[in-house]
Design a binder for this molecule. Structure first.
Ligand SMILES: *Cc1c(COP(=O)(O)O)cnc(C)c1O
Length: 387
């Protein structure tokens, strides 16, 4: 179980991003954490080892990453996984058959698929609610509810949920609050500070930031919960390889720099789009016209580079997607390069059309992940693609 050292929780974000969890290699003094590419560790004698026995349980490269991200989220314990989805699957193993979970209705498509297609077969029960409305979350709670799962802002409609409000509801019912913080990252939003019990990421996205690996990571404070998650991590085994862990660790060193630029580009693009197609068609929490802009300002310190735009029809959306030159047509988000996608046929294709309609995810919707290229080039690209 990786616990953050007390001194790794103080100091500014930028300094912790670069240093937390890392110290020069004791053997050589190498400033960069080595990639401990090993499956096992030689023991000094029977029953005597250096704390490492087999790499599914512990790996020093992975531990450096776990301490680093735990520090950035302001939590005591970090757990790295082989994907964001694998991370959530392991978190959900904290529950047992018969438990009831209240989940935001507009979560990542793969989160819904995991719950609806797999975990219901193991006796977990889910109720999906529009978690923008805390009353709906409270009304869905039952005596069997043990967890509340939210994502804020949501993908792709950029709807927000009041984290502190949800934590209060969950805790009154003896349930834990689990927050997907992939979109905002700890640079702009730290759910544990608002009472969340577990915050998790697809590190594939902003934390790594370079679109060259798949991974997940969970951070929490409670020692008992952390011990149970460590057991699951080792027993179920969805661990990342050391090289992937090292890539994320390299990524987090520039998280603050990248997020500032994603945010600047996101704000500029959102303002330009609002001007071009009308602010009611642009979904970006940083716009004053966003219906939850006040909540955004309260629990986020920046808004990042994710924007969705409703272009009205599928034909219009497809036209823009096929014409972009700087943006690349691809799933995923959070890398230094800008990506554009069509949620209805890409990330949310696993969500049935009727369900997509009911949550407002239309065929004309496109999603932009603004990278860190030149702001003028990005806006110019969308302008030429719109024709
Ligand atoms: C990508 C993503 C996930 C899933 O993570 P993987 O690393 O692809 O398994 C979960 N939540 C959000 C918000 C995501 O964007």
């Amino acid at each position: 179980m990786t616990r953050v050292l007390p001194d790794e929780l103080s100091g500014s974000f930028a300094t912790r991003a670069i240093h937390a969890g890392q110290r020069p290699d004791p053997m050589s003094g190498a400033i960069m954490t080595p990639i401990y590419q090993t499956s096992t560790y030689v023991q000094d004698a029977v029953g005597e080892n250096k704390g490492y026995e087999y790499a599914r349980g512990r790996n020093p490269t992975r531990e450096a990453l776990e301490r680093n991200v735990a520090s950035l989220e302001g939590g005591q314990h970090g757990f790295a996984f082989s994907s964001g989805t694998g991370c959530l699957d392991s978190i959900m193993k904290l529950f047992q058959s018969g438990d009831h979970i209240v989940c935001g209705e507009n979560v990542y498509g793969g989160t819904f698929r995991l719950f609806d297609k797999l975990l219901t077969r193991f006796g977990l029960r889910f109720t999906y609610v529009d978690s923008r409305d805390l009353q709906k979350v409270a009304d869905a709670m039952t005596p069997e509810t043990r967890g509340v799962v939210i994502e804020t802002p949501t993908n792709p409609l950029m709807r927000l949920t009041d984290i502190a409000g949800c934590a209060g509801i969950a805790h009154r019912h003896d349930a834990i609050l689990i927050v997907d913080n992939t979109f905002t990252t700890p640079y702009f939003q730290r759910p544990l500070e608002y009472g969340a019990d577990i915050v998790w990421h697809s590190t594939t996205k902003y934390l790594n930031g370079h679109s060259d690996m798949i991974g997940g990571l969970a951070v929490l404070n409670d020692d008992v919960l952390a011990e149970r998650l460590q057991f699951i991590l080792n027993a179920a085994g969805a661990v990342p390889g050391p090289f992937d862990a090292w890539l994320v660790l390299r990524g987090t060193k520039t998280l603050h720099l990248r997020m500032r630029q994603h945010d600047a580009n996101g704000r500029a693009m959102a303002a330009w789009l609002a001007d071009r197609v009308g602010e009611d068609r642009v979904y970006y929490p940083g716009l004053a016209s966003h219906p939850q802009h006040d909540l955004a300002k309260r629990q986020m310190s920046g808004f990042g580079g994710m924007i969705s735009v409703d272009l009205g029809t599928r034909e219009r959306a497809v036209q823009v997607l096929n014409r972009v030159r700087v943006f690349s047509l691809a799933e995923s988000l959070g890398g230094v390069e800008s990506l554009i996608s069509h949620p209805a046929s890409m990330t949310h294709a696993s969500v049935e059309a009727s369900r997509r309609d009911s949550i407002g995810l239309s065929d004309g919707l496109i999603r932009l992940s603004c990278g860190v290229e030149d702001e003028g080039d990005l806006i110019g690209d969308i302008e030429q693609a719109m024709g």
